[in-house]
Design a protein around this ligand. Structure first.
Ligand code: SF4
Length: 346
């Protein structure tokens, strides 16, 4: 085991942001795990360590995946439709969902002994060369890269690239404000289900669901937001649970914010069968009935409920197929039949 001094010298180790001294330990204020980390100890996420009384991250620039992908894969359906984003992540997560579809990345241990720090400008240039509209920090929980993302977003914003997160939304409003100040433009928030699901399955110890507050606060700050809900078989693929998701969506997000109802597939430590199409189609109708104007099905390639229909007259406006997009809208993103203005950022 390395001693503290040698760890501090490694290229992906950097002073952490947003923490306070509490007794002889450091209280991390980035996410709602709220870890109290004694000297020489690590946080729940395994990316924060207390070295000599100061909290540090060990994943500063430790990028384990980086490639250009369609925005529709995030999914963002109302944010630069048809474009692509340089999509990147670091290792680990601040939850432990047994069905995690990206578990090889989210359960990967940070590796400060081997990791190299990727230059921010290299990511920005790669995005420009690929013709991407911006960057998306995704696959694992992006707030675990808070320190690096602050610099990366400033660098990207200066080159007119959009900066986005796909997140579980379990971070504090302090962290949200820091990211917004650094230039974050859009956020996709994954809602896991009821408070019981967070506590019993994701190891996220909180009485209410902070992710909904992240949705509301982000919208109030002018960020573009979309919500994703993974309908996990045997857990939250029941009508009562989904109706509650819709009720909260209307309360915290509102009618215009897209709700992606995504099919679960067996992965990692959860082996129930994939979500039934019958439930997904029922959920789409229930979301509409609740007043959500733009529900979408996800992980059901080619399904008609992946498309955007005009809430005014029902016309097909955006047809999606395997992440390609056919558009039937006016130049200013209105329905050609009834003139309804589609709420998209582009
Ligand atoms: S980011 Fe969250 S999980 Fe990690 S140390 Fe801070 S409070 Fe704990």
């Amino acid at each position: 085991m390395l001693d503290d001094i040698k760890l501090i010298e490694l290229p992906t180790v950097h002073r952490a942001y947003r923490w306070e001294r509490e007794g002889g330990a450091a209280r991390c204020g980035v996410c709602h795990q709220g870890c109290l980390i004694g000297e020489g100890e690590w946080g729940f996420c395994r990316v924060k360590v207390n070295l000599g009384g100061m909290l540090h991250t060990v994943v500063y620039g430790d990028i384990v995946s980086c490639e250009s992908r369609p925005v529709e894969m995030k999914p963002f359906f109302h944010f630069h439709p048809g474009r692509s984003m340089m999509t990147l992540c670091g290792p680990s997560c601040n939850m432990r969902c047994p069905w995690c579809q990206n578990y090889r990345l989210s359960r990967a241990e940070p590796r400060p002994l081997k990791a190299k720090q990727v230059e921010m400008i290299d990511i920005v240039r790669a995005a420009e060369e690929a013709g991407d509209i911006g960057l998306c920090v995704s696959f694992t929980e992006p707030t675990l890269m808070l320190e690096y993302c602050m610099g990366l977003f400033r660098e990207a914003g200066a080159r007119k690239l959009a900066c986005t997160f796909v997140s579980n939304g379990y971070f504090t409003s302090d962290a949200l404000h820091m990211l917004a100040r650094a230039g974050m433009n859009a956020l996709n928030v994954d809602i896991k289900g009821s408070a019981d699901v967070y506590r019993d399955y994701c190891q996220a110890p909180e009485g209410d669901i902070p992710a909904w507050n992240t949705v509301k606060n982000s919208l109030e700050m002018g960020l573009h937001v979309e919500v994703v809900h993974l309908a996990v078989t045997g857990l939250n693929d029941n009508q009562e649970s989904f109706k509650e998701i819709c009720r909260k969506h209307m309360e915290y997000a509102g009618a215009d914010v897209p709700l992606h109802i995504t099919a679960y597939r067996p992965a990692y430590e959860y082996d129930e069968p994939a979500t039934s199409l019958e439930f997904l189609e029922w959920a789409y109708g229930a979301a509409k009935e609740a007043g959500i104007l733009f529900p979408y099905l996800g992980n059901v390639p080619g399904h008609r409920f992946e498309n955007t229909y005009c809430p005014g007259c029902g016309e097909l406006l955006l047809e999606r197929s395997e992440f390609s997009l056919e558009r039937d809208l006016t130049d200013d993103w209105r329905c050609p039949s009834c003139g309804y203005a589609l709420p998209v950022v582009c």
